[in-house]
Each structure stands twice: as C-alpha cells, then as structure tokens.
Design a protein around this ligand. Structure first.
Ligand code: C2E
Ligand code: CA
Ligand code: CA
Length: 524
C-alpha cells in the first residue's frame, strides 16, 4: 500500500513537468495558428480593399455614361488609383490591351498575355505581369467589365511577412498562385470545404502549420504557413523557463505525498482508524482464588483485530497510544467494551472481581474517576467488585496520581499494583498509596521454584505484602508446581495459563460458572 502511494507520488511529481511541456506545446501551437490567422486576415483585407476599389470604379464608369478614356474617365481612373495601398495603376482594358490608364503612356505597352484565372464572380486575373521599364517587379492585374487594377504583388503580402511565415494568394477553383512569398506547397490549395471561410491544419509531411482564409467563396483565398520547428523552439524556450518550476512543483508534490503517506500510516492515524472501525475488543483472563481453587474474577485485556484478521497484542499498540497521547481514548473504549460485555453478568455475580488496566497518564487525568463512575453506574452500584491495575511507573508523578487513586478508592474501586518488582520507583510509595492488591510479576514466578539467586525475591515480595496488609496475586502461573508453591506461601490469588488463558466473553461466562466457589455449607 505504501509502495502504491509512493509510486503515485512519483507519478504526480513527474506529471507536472510532462503536463507543462504538453501544455506549452499546445499553447505555442495555438499561438502560432493565431499569428498565421492574423497575417492571412491582413492579406485578405488588402485584397478585399482592392476588389472593392475595382467594383466602385466599374460602377462609377457605368453610371457616367460617358465614353471610356475621355478626360473625365481618366481623371476618375487617377482618383481610384490612389484609393488602395496595393493599387499601382487603374486601367481601361479592351481586347487584352491597355487603352488608357491612371499612369498615362507608361501602361500603354503593358502586355497582359492570356488570362491566368477566370473567377466565378466575373473577375479575370493576370499573373506575373511585367511593366516595361520596371524589370524585376512582379505585378498582378485583376480585371472586370473592361476595367482593371494593377497590383504590386509585394505590397499585398510583404507588410505581413514575418520570419518563417510564408504567404500565398491562390484561386479557389484553379489552385493557381497569383502571389506567393516563402515556401508554399501546391497541395495546400486543395480541399477547401464549401461554406467554410477559414481552416487550419498541420502538414505532417512538410512539417508546416497552415492557415487558409477565403477572400470570397468564388474568387481567391489566402494561406499563411510556418514550419513546425518554430513551435519546438518556442517550447524549448518555455521549457528552459518553466521546467525548473515544474521540477520544483513535482518535488513539492512528492514531499507532500510522503508527508501524507506518513500521516496516513502513522500509528496515531492507524489507532484512530481502529477506534472508528470498532476493531478493538476485550479478552478476559480468569483470576483464581488459590486457596479455594475457584474463579473469583477476571482481568480485561485489550486486543486489536485488523482488517486482514490479524490480532495485535496490546504490547504493540498501548505504548504507541501512550506516546501519541491517545491512551485516554483507548481507556475510554476499553471501559465501554466492559460495559457492553459484562453489564448483565456483573449484575448476577455480585462477588465477581473485574480488573481493568490503567495507563500512567490515566492517573494524571481527572476524567478517569468520572469514566469509571459511569461504568459503575451502568452495571449498578454494588454489583461486582471493580479493580484497577496500575504499574509502578504510573506513580512517578506524585502530584496528580494520589488524588486520582484516592477518588477511585472513595468510589469503592480496589487498587492493584501491577507488575510489582519490575518498576523503577522506590518502595516508599507502597506506604503512601492506598493499595489493596499486590500483583507479583510473572518474571519472579519462573524462578521461584528453582535454586536461582532471584528465587528468593518472590518470597520477599509476599512478605512485604503481608507486612503492609495487602492481598497478593501471582501472575503467569503456568505449572502445578508453581501454583502449589505460592499456595503454600499464603498467596491469595493467582492468574496464569495453568488456570486459563485470556478468553472471549462468550467463553468466560460458562467458565466462571464451571469454576464457581463451592457453596458455603449451611451452619449445623
Ligand atoms: P499485564 O497487565 O501484566 O497482563 C498480563 C499479560 O500476561 C497478558 O498479556 C496476559 O495474556 C499474559 N499472561 C497471562 N498469564 C500468562 C502466563 O501464564 N504466561 C505468560 N507467558 N503470559 C501470561 P497481554 O494480554 O498481551 O497484555 C500485555 C500487557 O498489555 C498487559 O500486561 C497490560 O500492561 C497491557 N494491557 C492490556 N490491556 C490493557 C488495557 O486495557 N489498558 C492498558 N493501559 N494496558 C493494557
Ligand atoms: Ca494487568
Ligand atoms: Ca502484570
């Protein structure tokens, strides 16, 4: 699971870089298409301007009803010759020859030659027209109804030419170029869809971006094109600026993922998860009266059943809960579980001792007596005997522990000192605190019946308990020999695998009935 999350994090870290490159390319493409669109549109407007000038000239000439090439007509030709930027001269054409023009005699010898294109709107186009005396300059003539405009090809396209941008003007029907600048391919003139004023595409073969725009549907169109490599240069430029940012962002995302993963899988969040999912439950280990050999109580021990069914022992999660400051949540849940499991049972078994474990910080918390009072309230005051087990470690904070312990005592709860002999505090506290039961740790049990030096320790502890007026309980009794030994030493209670292992509540109830104290014989 952690691996999957980290893998996702790595993907997330690389993704912004790849995404930014992808977006940069997309952005550069659309920016280039826009630039080409604008260049083509400017040429289209130039051509439309010239064509409007021609339309107007034809209309004016018709409306004048005067003969062509009269002085009135020539001055009109001159006026119109000044109207559009690309128009160099206005012409009267008869049978393919120039009869008169706005430029006087100069145009009389202009050779138009055969028309190159007849457009659907009645316009005829002559391409590559040479003007005598102006070698090297290429002109186009557009003609309608005997009137024409001499256009300098260069002025149609040159103002909009930019580095790496090619421009072309071509007939929609014929596909012939009337003007071209830079690299243009013949195939780019084909496949214009009817009713579409403008389109764009990428010619993968030539590696060019192409934009096309109609001047009018039945006349000419303009194309503007740029090589794809200009995009790559833009992306590289972008990359130099933004990839470090992308990497930084990626590292940030990765760091965040690691952080979230650690939070997600931290003991704290796992325990919270366990609490939310009700994965904690209790086992009960019977406590025996060693002298009478009967079950007189039980100790509640927490377990954690994980999602996959694994049972986790308290030694593995209680210390975490303590470190994470969450032990009070576990104590609270443990008391709730006791209430759920045993309320009815404790009401019926009034002499039954139920022991619960408290953590050191539970003794610093003034909520603890309140929570235990709630449990007593639920099971019914006077029903059963509640015992809390505290370790020596819990008594280290001398400021709050006695207060809490005394309150518990006042509530009728017995106090047992757990794991006695393994802690680090002095024996002095034994006289200061109100203990009822002294639990001899199982570490002393194993050596008690042997010749080991430590075998004497258990005897001293028993003696100490007796001196202080406390009842003793030996934990971890596993053999009959150990049981006999402690019985002979006058130990009152015992707990251990010899008697019973911790068991679920469903097993505890019949177990207690089977091992109930023998009824006291009636007085004779
Ligand atoms: P503990 O209070 O000393 O509990 C006794 C432990 O010894 C239990 O382990 C029990 O299963 C085990 N034990 C009992 N008889 C024998 C035996 O004959 N031989 C051996 N080898 N072991 C025996 P468990 O249940 O794993 O509990 C471990 C510790 O976790 C407990 O030690 C207690 O300190 C803590 N703990 C358990 N439940 C709670 C709880 O609800 N709250 C708190 N704060 N601590 C708890
Ligand atoms: Ca205990
Ligand atoms: Ca113990």
């Amino acid at each position: 699971m952690v691996f999957v999350v980290l893998l996702m994090g790595a993907v997330l870290a690389v993704a912004p870089v790849l995404l930014s490159l992808h977006l940069a390319r997309k952005h550069a493409m659309s920016e280039k298409f826009e630039q080409l669109d604008a260049a083509a549109q400017s040429v289209v407007l130039q051509i439309r301007d010239a064509r409007q000038t021609l339309d107007l000239l034809v209309r004016k000439e018709r409306a004048s009803h005067g003969p062509p090439c009269s002085s009135d007509s020539i001055s009109r030709l001159q006026r119109f010759g000044l109207r559009a930027r690309a128009v160099k001269s206005t012409l009267r054409i008869e049978n393919g020859r120039i009869r008169c023009s706005s430029s006087g005699e100069l145009m009389r010898h202009l050779q138009l030659g055969p028309a190159d294109m007849h457009q659907g709107d009645g316009t005829t186009v002559y391409v590559d027209v040479q003007v005598p005396g102006l070698p090297g300059q290429r002109f186009v003539v557009i003609e309608r109804d005997g009137y024409g405009l001499l256009l300098l090809t260069e002025t149609l396209t040159a103002p909009f030419a930019q580095n790496d941008v090619s421009l072309g003007i071509f007939g929609v029907a014929s596909g012939h170029f009337s003007a071209r600048q830079g690299r243009v391919e013949q195939r780019w003139t084909q496949g214009l869809k009817p009713g579409v004023d403008s389109d764009h595409f990428v010619d993968e073969q030539a590696q060019f971006l192409v934009v096309r725009k109609l001047v009018t549907a039945d006349s000419s169109a303009v194309l503007a094109a740029a090589p794809l490599r200009t995009i790559d240069e833009r992306v590289a430029q972008f990359g130099r600026r933004f990839i470090p940012l992308g990497i930084l962002l990626g590292v940030g995302v990765l760091a965040l993922t690691v952080l979230i993963t650690r939070m997600q899988f931290s003991p704290r969040s796992e325990l919270l998860h366990a609490l939310r999912r009700n994965q904690l439950f209790l086992l009960y280990q019977p406590v025996f009266d060693l002298q009478r050999n009967c079950c007189i109580g039980a100790e509640a021990l927490l377990r954690w059943r994980q999602e996959d069914g694994t049972i986790v022992a308290p030694d593995r999660f209680i210390p975490f809960a303590e470190d994470a400051g969450m032990i009070h949540l576990l104590t609270q849940r443990m008391l709730e579980l006791v209430r759920q499991d045993l309320t009815g049972f404790l009401r019926q078994h009034r002499q039954f001792h139920l022991a619960v474990n408290l953590a050191p910080s539970d003794l610093q918390c003034h909520q603890t007596p309140h929570r235990l009072a709630q449990l007593i309230e639920a099971i019914g005051p006077g029903c059963g005997q509640l015992v809390v087990e505290v370790t020596e470690r819990a008594l280290l904070d001398e400021s709050s522990a006695p207060g809490v312990l005394n309150t518990l005592r006042e509530q009728g709860i017995q106090i047992a000192i757990d794991d006695f002999g393994t802690g680090y505090s002095s024996l002095a506290y034994l006289t200061t605190y109100p203990f009822d039961i002294l639990k001899i740790d199982k570490a002393f049990v194993t050596t008690a019946c042997t010749d080991a030096v430590t075998s004497q320790v258990a005897l001293h502890i028993i003696e100490l308990g007796r001196t202080l007026g406390m009842r003793t309980l030996t934990e971890g009794i596993e053999t009959r020999q150990q049981a006999d030994f402690f019985r002979e030493q006058g130990v009152m209670y015992a707990q251990g695998y010899l008697f019973a292992k911790p068991m679920p509540v469903a097993e505890l109830i019949p177990f207690v009935d089977r091992h109930a104290p023998a009824p006291v014989p009636p007085a004779p």
